[in-house]
Every structure is written in structure tokens, then in C-alpha cells.
Write a protein that binds this ligand. Sequence first.
Ligand code: G6P
Length: 461
Amino acid sequence: MAKRPPGIVVVANRLPVQRIRSARGAGWGPSPGGLVTAMAPVLRDRGGVWVGWSGTAGPAPRPFTHDGIRIHAVPLSQSEVESYYLGFSNRTIWPLYHDAIRTPSFHRAWWKQYVEMNLRFARAAARAAGRGDTVWVHDYQLQLVPRILRGLRPDLRIGFFMHIPFPPDELFAWLPWRREIIEGLLGADVVGFQIHSDAQDFSRSARMYTPAEGTDTRLRHKGRTIRVGSFPISVDFKSYDDLAADPHVVRHAMEIRRRVGASRKILLCIDRLDYTKGIDTRLLAFEEMLRRRKVRVEDCVLIQIAVPSRESVTEYREIRTQVEQIVGRINGEYSEPGGVAVHYFRRSLIRPEVVAYYAAADVMMVTPLRDGMNLVAKEYVASRRNNSGVLVLSEFAGAASELRRALLVNPRDIDGMVRTMETALRMPPDEARFRMATLRSAVRRHDLTYWADNFLEALGA
Ligand code: G6P
């Protein structure tokens, strides 16, 4: 009998499918997000499995196949969602790993549940994987899975990829469970990060808090070698490029321009409504531009699309209130009949709608205070077929390491933000075209498939 190639199991907090309700009843549909786009072809080819949570509390369905991928759902009760997902993942790790922009909370009860849930995900992965398979674990919610899984299934190849930043030691040191987290990650054969400095910070902490020895890219621990490296995630370039040429999308983009006033320049911002994204500071910079008459509402409009996220976490409710107050104040002061200064939409959009906005925008503002990568920046670039449009990008987004021809800014420097927005709005078309063409070839070359192939190759899968 021919030997089958090793299968691939993805383990992530979220499944690639979500529950949908339609006229025909309830079922499963694809969930938005890039990861599934990258992984789907590989998983389909190799009889892949995806282990994750459906996003709703309660019992999980039995394993099923969706679009060629085996789905193994991990159940979480309401109280597990509260302590593992909303608590430890999103109120301890998330703020700590994003420069402690909000003060992280440390609770032993949350940690206990985080350990329990990581155990549950690891057991589910151990059940789903065939002999000698490759298991690819994703992100900060599951940092203990590699070690647990190795204990359960020493025959597996295990990779871990962190989608968010890894903090410098001064911050990581705060974590009462820092050694356990590092030991958890060191259970993998390859530990991947978005950018080089994240990988360096991890290796430094690993040497500091565990007996691991070695360089920034290769650690020895418990008789094993662990490869550490950067694997910058990307977008499915072709699908954005194709969508931007789709007649419906082109029509929608023209309609957006017509509705806000065809002669006005559009500054576009699309973010999850998260305090790491710098939505408030960016709006303050725009307000300052209007106040100092650097722009007039007749000539320019800011469109902010804010995608609701983690709404039962206090800090997320607070940032929403702050953003909405600033939008209200700017519009109260500067809007005119037929000329609203800030268009604010709190909703998620489907991909063709997003691309229509990208196609309509003269300037895209991506100015997080800290971000692992930020795929919005790369999506915008991939959607600008005719090489027009200007990208303003925070120095604190992982994407800034690759997208050097964007206009890079420090989002906390209001004067710098004002200057950069002015530069973006007045950029001569030739310079904009040159910059965008360079950005596009970078994203085209290093697209999502390149990222997944590179990681799996490092893993020897
Ligand atoms: C970030 C994280 C992902 C997470 C996503 C949405 O991109 O890196 O792991 O899935 O945010 O957040 P949510 O809490 O809704 O899963």
C-alpha cells in the first residue's frame, strides 16, 4: 500500500466556519478571515482537519466536513468563554502583548481556565491527528498547546505561529506564568512570529526564564532543537486584485464616491473596534487638521469603518464610547449640509464591499499603536490595480517592516500625523504611482500562499 503523505491539522481558537441562519434553516457557512483562505487548498489536498471553537458557548457538534475540510469543534461553556477567551486571552495576554496600551489584568482563576482549555484543544488535536501528521497551532489563545500535544503525541511535527506581537522582556516579565507560557511554546518544532524583533524577544525571554540555550533563531531545550523565525503573514493578493476589477465592485466604488461628493478626497480607515488600532488618536489628528484649516470639509471626507469586536470586554466598550464621542464632536463642529466631515459605520462588511471602499479611497490610513502585522494595509495595496492611492502606515504595525514605500508615521505624534495626512492628500500622482507599484510588487511576491508554504517548509511538512 502506498504511504500517504502526512496530513495537516490546524488548531486555532476560531473555526473557519460559523453558524449561519438562512431561509433554509440553520447551517454552517465560511467565516471571514484570511487564515482559512491560505490553509484551505493545503488542507483539502492533504485531507486536512481544523480544530477550533465555533464562537458560540454551549455544546459542540460532532465532527463534520465542510468544503473538503474536516471540522472538529471544541466546546466552550459560557463561564469558560468568560475566563479563557474574554479573560485570560483578551484581558491579560492581548493588552500585555500590545505594549500594555491598556493595563492587563492578572487573575489566577483565568489562568487556571486557560490551562484547562489549552488542554482541551490539545486533546482534540491529538485525537484528530493521524500517525506522523503535522499540527499547526495558531495564536495567543493556545500558547500551551504545543507542549501538551508533544506529551500526548510525540510522533507529531508541531508548529506554532503567533499572529500578534511578542512583547519585549520588560513587559513579558510582568506575567506571573511567564515560564509556563515559554515552556508551552517550546513544545513546538518551529515557533513563528510576524517580524524579526518578535522572534528575538521570544528567544531572549526563553533563555531568561527557562534552561533553553542557543541563538535567536535556534534554541536547544530538553534535548530538542526548536527553530524560531519570522514569517510575515500576507493576503491572498489575486483575490483582492480580481475583486477590484469586478464590475459590481467598480460600480459600488463609483457610487461611494458619488455619494460623499465626487470632488472630495476620501481618507479611509477600516479597523476592528479595538484600542490597539489608534482610531481615537487618528480622529484627533483629523480634527486638528480641520481646526487648523489644513483641509476643508468641501475637499475631504474621512470614512471610518469600525468592525465590532469583543464587546463584552470593558476596554472595548470604552474605546467605542470614546470614538463615538470624538466623531460626534468633529461632525458637530465641522459638518455642513451635504458635507459630513466623518462618516462612521460600525459594522462588518463582506469582502466585495470592503474592496469597493478600498477602490474608492484616495488615502488609506492604517495607524495602530501596536499591531502584529495588519492585513488591512496589504489588502488596500492588493486592491489598487491602477497603482493610484496612498497608504499611510504606522511604524508600529508589523507591515511597516515590508511596506517601506508607504508613508510611515508615529501615530502618537499628532503634528507628524497632520503633516503626513497633508503629504498624502497632496502627493503628486507620479510619486503615488511609483510608491504603490513598489508596494504592490512586494505584496504580490509575498502573498498568503507564500507565507503558508514557507512556514510548512520550515516545519518540514
Ligand atoms: C486578531 C487575532 C486573531 C483573532 C482576531 C479576531 O487578529 O490575532 O486570533 O481571531 O483578532 O478576534 P476574535 O477575538 O473575534 O477571535
